[in-house]
Design a protein around this ligand. Structure first.
Ligand code: NDP
Length: 253
């Protein structure tokens, strides 16, 4: 398959999988973390699961990126660095620091689905910026680049800060759940997901490639139903859960 056909059909597949993921995830909670349950076949530790699941994405991105005609030009290189920085956090820092990573389980079925998705998506996003991005130096002053970068950086900051608030709820060795406070938890129950969605929306706007828009849409389709389930879960498990705390969008939902 040539590059154009791979890119065209691959991005269509990611758009389609966003719709499919939304349909499935409003019906079924992916079995990991607080929604983990038996009955999903073999499982491995959550920490190892995160590494296996996420590592294919930056690797596929970098390998396919290198084949693009514009791989050595400044803007694609910047996008390469941003993508790798996000995944360095997700594959090295996040699993290393998670408090319950050795005790909690993740389903191998879910992990394998994620590996297939992340490999394809990483390859498409890499090809998007190094081959199909079509940037000239004026892109640095294009509002789409500026707005996208602001969203990417602020989304990443919200995501990392919110994940660190969750992490600090537990003492070493603890695996139970508590009510998070501080940061955007004042307004919503899953600010780490909001940050992730804003981050990839920013990446899509800054890179302006079909592949990165498909990924941003998939991220929202994946995380919005989970945020809804988390909200319900908090209310079921904590009678004193703040009643005015929304799910994912402050004051709105
Ligand atoms: P969660 O918010 O469910 O959990 C994050 C970590 O915090 C886990 O280690 C969890 O422990 C712990 N935790 C969560 N809530 C509490 C609590 N109330 N008290 C104590 N500890 C808590 O996030 P996910 O695991 O779903 O996702 C982790 C990261 O990965 C997020 O930043 C998310 O945005 C990102 N992600 C991105 C996706 C994408 O499509 N781009 C898809 C999925 C995740 P435990 O494991 O024990 O539940």
């Amino acid at each position: 398959m040539d590059m154009v056909a791979f890119y065209t059909w691959g991005t269509r597949a990611i758009f389609a999988s966003a719709g499919l993921a939304l349909l499935i995830l409003v019906l079924i909670d992916a079995p990991y973390g607080r929604h983990w349950r038996e009955g999903w076949g073999p499982s491995i530790t959550a920490r190892l699961g995160w590494i296996i699941m996420e590592l294919p994405s930056p690797i596929a991105f970098a390998l396919v990126y290198a084949t693009g005609d514009y791989a050595h030009t400044p803007l694609p290189l910047l996008f390469l660095v941003l993508y790798q920085a996000h995944y360095f956090n997700r594959t090295v820092i996040f699993p290393h620091l998670m408090k319950s990573g050795a005790e909690k389980r993740s389903s191998l079925v879910v992990i394998m689905i994620a590996v297939i998705f992340n490999t394809t998506n990483g390859a498409l996003c890499g090809l998007g910026v190094s081959q199909f991005g079509d940037y000239d130096p004026s892109w640095f002053s294009d509002p789409r680049f500026g707005i996208g970068m602001i969203l990417f950086v602020s989304g990443a900051a919200i995501n990392i800060h919110s994940d660190s608030i969750l992490r600090n709820l537990r003492k070493p060795g603890e695996a139970d759940y508590k009510i998070p406070h501080g940061g955007l938890y004042r307004w919503i129950s899953s600010p780490n997901y909001l940050g992730e969605i804003v981050e990839w929306l920013g990446f899509a706007i800054a890179t302006w490639t079909t592949a990165s828009f498909a990924f941003a849409l998939f991220t929202a389709a994946n995380l919005a139903p989970r945020a809804k389930s988390n909200q319900q879960w908090y209310h079921e498990h904590f009678p004193d859960y703040p009643a005015d705390r929304r799910t994912l969008i402050p004051y709105i939902w």
